[in-house]
Design a protein around this ligand. Structure first.
Ligand code: FAD
Length: 381
């Protein structure tokens, strides 16, 4: 068993780390304070192939494996977790399902611009009453001639306002078991599509989130993704990959917070010596380093499992997401603790990491939902 990245993966990691340090880092605090989306920085990421990482080259993507994808997101999140979620959502739950389930016409029209970084995309599953209980969809899609008419409201849509293509789940057959849900490729220029006001979030302040309102939204029949009634199969498979992306984001946040904590512990003195020399602080640093490594390995294992079989990595992805997200909250907490009162100041990066960390155990399935997925797999034997 070899735990090292191969040469290509290591080169990619270095390239993305340089991009993060040189392009994302300079204004990361300002974007967080002002809540501004990193338009230029994400466009730059697109030029580097980071918006089509797991899309094959024939569709304009970088054709990377899932391990490389996870490593890249870790490096982005180490510096700018808002950019990491923007890229993760566009790659895993928008571009990927179009590549996996779309026809050639849909791929040419929507996947190629996504993969080549000309546009970013989003994913609309959650509704007010359908978060963890995702099959409880109320959005309806009724076929009328060459169109489906969609009505409903999707909440908490990452890349709202900035995205140009969204995978939207809606009920096509209310009588069917598991809700008769179908997936559609929807664009904001379709009649009846609108975004609501941006959410004021605790963290990830530079990412854009809002509801999507579908009011007699006219979606061409050609934009049905897969087949009618395929719906939950498509988002659930996409979310397995998405959860690896969020696990990687969580590892990156933890690394970023931990690096700040280590630096501070070596500089800050109390009782005549750097606080790193107080064993209580050194042991916290040891625990964080160990937990980060464990989460990284779980995440890379899930990514490697997905590379082996895109339909069988659910439990591994759930374990990685569960552990990495809860780990990153613990590490961010300790990073603030090690900073003392200064950790509570907006002048220090750990304060932002602490807020950014919080959502990782909530979105793309809460920790409780991950435990449901894992326990089902374990109990099924
Ligand atoms: C910043 C942000 C961005 C997001 N981006 C997107 C996006 O792009 N697209 C999208 O579709 N969604 C998105 N979401 C939505 C996110 O996936 C949901 O918020 C999440 O799935 C939880 O759903 P909920 O908020 O309705 O909570 P609920 O489902 O109401 O859960 C509330 C609590 O009950 C617990 N719970 C629920 N059911 C069970 C159960 N059976 N057993 C034990 N505990 C349970 C949950 O774990 C949680 O603790 C985003 C959310 C946030 C905060």
């Amino acid at each position: 068993m070899d735990f090292r990245l191969n040469d290509e993966q290591e080169m990619l990691r270095q390239m993305v780390a340089d991009f993060a340090d040189q392009i994302l880092a300079p204004e990361v605090m300002k974007r967080d304070r002002e809540g501004t989306f990193p338009h230029a920085e994400i466009a730059h990421a697109g030029e580097l192939g980071l918006l089509g990482m797991i899309v094959p080259e024939e569709w304009g993507g970088a054709g990377l494996d899932t391990v490389s994808y996870a490593v890249a997101l870790m490096e982005i999140a180490r510096v700018c977790p808002s950019s990491a979620v923007t890229l993760s959502v566009s790659n895993s739950v928008c571009a990927y399902p179009i590549w996996r389930y779309g026809n050639d016409e849909q791929k040419e029209r929507y996947l190629r611009p996504l993969a080549t970084g000309k546009i970013i995309g989003g994913f609309c599953l959650t509704e007010a009453q359908a978060g963890s209980d995702a099959t409880n969809q109320k959005t309806r899609a009724v076929r009328q001639g060459d169109h489906y008419v969609l009505n409903g409201t999707k909440v908490w849509v990452t890349n709202a306002h900035v995205g140009k293509v969204f995978i939207v789940m809606a009920v096509t057959d209310p009588q069917a078991a598991r809700g008769g849900i179908s997936a559609f490729i929807v664009t904001p220029d379709m009649p009846g599509f609108s975004f609501s006001a941006k959410e004021e979030k605790m963290g990830l302040r530079a990412s854009c989130t809002s509801s999507v309102v579908l009011d007699d939204c006219l979606v061409p029949v050609a934009n049905l993704l897969g087949h009618e009634g395929d719906g939950m199969r498509i988002p659930l498979n996409a979310l397995d990959g998405g959860r690896i992306g969020i696990a990687a984001q969580a590892v990156g946040i933890a690394v970023g917070a931990h690096e700040e904590a280590v630096k501070y512990a070596l500089e800050r003195t109390a009782f005549g010596k750097p606080i790193a020399q107080h064993q209580a602080i050194a042991f916290q640093i040891a625990d964080c380093a160990t937990e980060i490594d464990a989460a990284r390995l779980l995440t890379l294992r899930a990514a490697s499992r997905r590379d082996e079989d895109h339909d069988r990595a659910g439990p591994e992805a759930a374990m990685a997401k569960l552990y990495a997200s809860e780990m990153c909250n613990r590490v961010a907490y300790k990073a603030v603790q090690i900073h003392g009162g200064y950790g509570y100041s907006r002048d220090y990066a750990v304060e932002r990491f602490y807020r950014d960390a919080r959502v990782t155990s909530l979105y793309e399935g809460t920790s409780e939902v991950q435990r449901i997925v894992i326990s089902r797999a374990v109990l099924a034997g």
